[in-house]
Write a protein that binds this ligand. Structure first.
Ligand code: PNS
Length: 167
């Protein structure tokens, strides 16, 4: 039976969302009728931005994409994807360094739910060095993170850092 891939989930920590994440979202939004961006909530981790802040940052950055929704999720990713009726998980690949972790995650997810496929999208060359952890480090050390994150994220990040006494 032919499967029409209409709905995909793009999960991540997005702490904060970067231009690389936005690039993957824009690419995925063209491939699928509907894209749900799932912000992972992990109670064992203390993120820089709260789940609400990350979701707001993503909502503002994707306001131009009418088939993209932003949600939070906790627990197993495959359970979340299945609850939403999605058979595709989208992940971005920047460089070969990402591959081992992504391969492991895709294999575990396939073992947990064989009908859910992981689809990898390759980010733009100019975003291939970007990561949330690099942006966090630059931001926390007072460096200029504009140009690494979408404008809306930079604005929210500035407010969030000021609230935390970092400027
Ligand atoms: O942006 P990240 O930090 O690489 O995203 C990681 C995320 C949130 C997608 C991953 O940690 C995840 O899927 N968490 C949910 C828990 C889970 O399903 N674990 C098993 C798969 S490895």
């Amino acid at each position: 039976m032919r499967t029409v891939l209409r709905l995909a989930v793009y999960p991540g920590s997005f702490d904060p969302p970067t231009l690389g994440h936005l690039d993957v979202i824009e690419r995925a939004a063209k491939l699928f009728d509907r894209l749900i961006v799932g912000v992972g909530v992990n109670s064992a981790k203390t993120p820089l931005l709260s789940a609400d802040e990350r979701m707001e940052a993503l909502r503002r950055s994707t306001a131009h994409l009418d088939n993209v929704e932003i949600e939070a999720f906790s627990g197993l990713l495959v359970n979340y994807a299945q609850d939403r009726g999605a058979r595709v998980i989208v992940r971005g690949l920047r460089a070969t360094a990402d591959f081992e972790y992504e391969f492991q995650m895709a294999m575990v997810n396939r073992r947990l739910a064989s009908e859910v496929e992981t689809v990898f999208l390759v980010t733009k060359w100019e975003h291939s060095y970007l990561s949330s952890s690099i942006v966090r480090e630059v931001a926390l050390l007072g460096g200029d993170y504009r140009g690494l994150v979408p404008e809306a994220v930079a604005e929210l990040l500035e407010v969030a850092l000021a609230h935390r006494g970092v400027s």
